[in-house]
Design a protein around this ligand. Structure first.
Ligand code: HEM
Length: 439
């Protein structure tokens, strides 16, 4: 019997009917999740036609595999719109590059974060998690754990790239600036999607541009500092220099921090709303900071993290723009059309998951994961463009979870209601305000 089967954590109420194409885009600018009607959790493929462009949602594991793996050559471009939203801050880095440019950059950044070498970063995970624990212990009243984890995980990345001499305050400044950037950036370019020049975006672009310049300037100063650096930075310097190096380092700090900090944020909310789960995690975790070799032993905590990434996938929508005409089932795709995979929907699809909106960490224990189709669960993406830092990300989240869920209890702050909001990533709107107390 499943003791948490009846706990359904916060989600937006699905619209009772699909929005019009333009109405949907207007709403998607504020929150992509707001556009999905109830039947989106049942459908296999959905399409919307805009003047001059089709948007197709691949909503079944077979079509997702077809588009993102088999036809990578056609659908490898993440879309001009995502590129425009991120370029001011991460330049032309591997995250948004495509073609030969992407292949060369991906080859440069992957070896230093290869799963076989992740243990070397363990001291960075522990140091940053201990610092966050210190902040929690000193906190008086409620804490925005979304901001605290964003700072803590950015600190991991700064320590991993620049070493122990990097100032701690840089982590908070970089994390806050990127949060402000996401609030300002135009994530759904309504006019661009219809092939028109953007008539409204210039105000937000100016503010976003200023934030991006401040963030890049700060990282450029760290790169200019003399010092031994780290093996990770040395490996990047061996194949990259100038703006290309700055682009990849900024991308590392942001892509490396965003997914992990968001995962910890939603996991803390689940622990707050379901104390029995929090107690069961605490019972399997050690009093002292774990060694790297201990991490595989925390099976229940890992299952909670995986279930948290199912219910709240940090990257809730993957967009691709067709480089050539194609056919997907009965749909003719033209060059420039957009195909989406939406982990938010796939992870809650009624044909793939029992009680899809319920919180059940047991789905990830023992043999259960092997019973599901491979492409039903995509927290780290899929195909050749799968997350380059998945092993790094899982390890940093596990170390933070081991230290913080052992030492602290979390509860929703009085009067606070968590609200998932998807713009560039799936963050809680207005933060995640929790009361944190020692166990
Ligand atoms: C829990 C933590 C993380 C999550 C949930 C996550 C999730 C993702 C997802 C879903 C994608 C694919 C996006 C798409 O296809 O449109 C991605 C790409 C990427 N991630 Fe992560 N990520 C995490 C941690 C990290 C870390 C720690 C790093 C680096 C240190 C990293 C570096 C990257 C890079 C470079 C890409 C682009 C890969 C490419 O396009 O070739 N990520 N991540």
């Amino acid at each position: 019997m499943n003791d948490v089967a009846d706990f359904v954590p916060p989600m937006p109420t699905p619209a009772w009917r699909p929005p019009t194409a333009i109405g949907g885009l207007l709403r998607a600018r504020r929150d992509v999740l707001s556009i999905f009607p109830a039947d989106a959790y049942r459908r296999q493929v959905m399409s919307t036609r805009l003047p001059g462009r089709m948007i197709l949602v691949a909503n079944t594991p077979e079509v997702v595999r077809d588009v993102f793996v088999t036809k990578h050559a056609i659908y490898q471009r993440k879309s001009r719109f995502l590129e425009d939203a991120l370029r001011p801050v991460i330049g032309g880095s591997s995250f948004i590059a495509w073609g030969d440019d992407w292949a060369a950059k991906r080859a440069a950044i992957s070896p230093p974060i290869h799963p076989s070498g992740i243990a070397q970063f363990h001291p960075c995970y522990v140091q940053a998690a201990e610092e966050t624990a210190g902040d929690f212990a000193r906190a008086d009243g409620s804490v925005d754990v979304a901001a605290a984890f964003a700072t803590g995980i950015t600190r991991v990345l700064l320590l991993s790239v620049f070493g122990p001499s990097v100032p701690r305050e840089d982590a908070a400044i970089i994390a806050e600036t990127f949060t402000a950037y996401q609030d300002a950036a135009e994530v759904v370019d309504l006019f661009g999607l219809m092939g028109l020049p953007d008539m409204l975006g210039w105000i937000t672009r100016r503010r976003a541009g200023r934030l991006a310049a401040a963030l890049r300037g700060r990282v450029a100063r760290l790169l200019d500092e003399p010092g031994p650096g780290t093996p990770l930075l040395a490996a990047l310097r061996a194949s990259l220099s100038g703006d290309a190096l700055l682009d990849e380092v900024v991308m590392f700090l942001l892509a490396g921090a965003e997914g992990a900090a968001i995962t910890l944020t939603w996991t803390a909310m689940l622990a707050a709303m379901h104390p029995a789960t929090a107690d069961r995690m605490a019972a399997e975790l050690p009093d002292a900071p774990p060694d790297y070799a201990d991490l595989p032993g925390f099976a229940f905590t890992r299952a909670v993290i995986q279930e948290s990434m199912r219910l709240y996938p940090p990257v809730a929508v993957f967009a691709r723009q067709a480089l050539k005409p194609d056919r997907i089932r009965r749909w003719d795709v033209r060059e420039g059309d957009i195909v989406l995979a939406v982990p938010w929907l796939l992870h809650r699809h009624e044909q793939l998951w029992e009680a899809p909106h319920a919180f059940r960490p047991e789905r990830f224990l023992g043999d259960a994961p092997r019973q599901r189709p491979r492409f039903a669960y995509l927290p780290f993406g899929i195909g050749p463009r799968i997350c380059a830092g998945a092993a790094f990300g899982m390890a940093e989240v596990s170390v933070f979870a081991a230290i913080l869920f052992r030492r602290f209890r979390f509860a929703l702050a009085p009067g606070f209601t968590p609200r998932p909001n998807c713009r560039l990533a799936l963050r809680p709107k207005g933060g995640m305000w929790l009361v944190v107390t020692r166990r």
